[in-house]
Write a protein that binds this ligand. Structure first.
Ligand SMILES: NC(=O)c1ccc[n+]([C@@H]2O[C@H](COP(=O)([O-])OP(=O)(O)OC[C@H]3O[C@@H](n4cnc5c(N)ncnc54)[C@H](O)[C@@H]3O)[C@@H](O)[C@H]2O)c1
Length: 245
């Protein structure tokens, strides 16, 4: 456990999967967690200090969400969208959607929050992916490009805000069992013939022989938000079960 007591933490995409596990972990470690998700209903009953329906690509909605906070200590931005396909299978609309949800949202949310960290320092963690500038994967053309952009943005911000003690790091998961992964397995099953074959396609990418859990990603995010990580900035941290060995 990390000691995050006294921290005000904002988490995007907290309705399910990794974002949800991050919000729950930061709360368990003592932070006052303010959660958002495009699907506000998914946040109901979770017990966060506040829960707000926010489309993270909508700058006005994001500005309204953060308006009440004079101070933000920690931001974890978990919004992302996986388009499955090669560049030829990626229509201009697929490409734009990928960039909008994954990369534009990071710009919108970080730009809105960083001024609230300036006076006292803070920590921003983006959820990127090993499928990015880190490593190429089949059928991840738009996704890999967008997540590579997230890593570049994270590193550039780390350089810009070093003197103001605002740390920026990108956590890069391997394949993690989440609701949207189950949807992707279902989609792939239609072309591969069975759910088992589609699951095997994903598992074969995992040297550890299993999928990651959202909680394993959340643990790294809690550490990065903590005082123990105060000398860590501008890093990509792979939590990937050995994909990048
Ligand atoms: N699951 C994986 O294998 C995996 C691997 C590497 C990286 N990631 C990244 O981790 C993050 C979370 O993925 P996941 O699979 O755990 O969750 P998920 O895809 O199952 O859930 C995503 C959540 O984001 C919300 N969301 C989508 N678009 C949004 C928007 N524009 N504004 C606000 N909320 C929005 C959805 O409502 C949903 O609650 C994503 O950035 C994803 O790219 C996931």
């Amino acid at each position: 456990m990390s000691n995050l007591s006294g921290q005000i933490a904002l988490v995007t995409a907290a309705g399910q999967g990794i974002g949800r596990a991050v919000a729950e972990r930061l709360m368990a470690d003592g932070a006052e967690v303010h959660a958002s998700d495009m699907n506000g209903a998914a946040l109901e009953g979770a017990g966060f200090a506040s829960s707000t329906a926010v489309d993270a690509t909508d700058a006005a909605a994001v500005a309204a969400w953060i308006a009440p906070f004079d101070r933000i200590d920690t931001l974890v931005h978990a919004v992302g969208y996986v388009h499955q396909g090669t560049i030829e299978e990626c229509s201009p609309a697929d490409w734009r959607r990928s960039m909008s949800i994954t990369l534009d949202s990071a710009y919108v949310v970080i730009a809105a929050c960083v001024g609230r960290m300036r006076a006292h320092g803070g920590s921003v963690t983006t959820i990127a992916s090993v499928a990015s500038s880190t490593k190429g994967f089949p059928k991840r053309a738009a996704y890999g490009a967008a997540k590579g952009g997230v890593i570049g943005l994270t590193k550039a911000c780390a350089a810009d805000y070093l003197a103001e003690r605002i740390r920026f790091n990108a956590v890069c998961p391997g394949t993690v069992d989440s609701p949207s992964l189950r949807e992707r397995i279902g989609d792939l099953a239609q072309t591969m013939g069975s759910v088992e074959a589609a699951e095997k396609w994903f598992l074969d990418r995992q040297p550890a022989g299993r999928l990651g859990t959202p909680e394993e990603i959340a643990g790294m995010c809690a550490f990065l938000a903590s005082h123990d990580a105060r000398f860590i900035t501008g890093q990509t941290i792979n939590v990937d079960g050995g994909i990048t060995i």
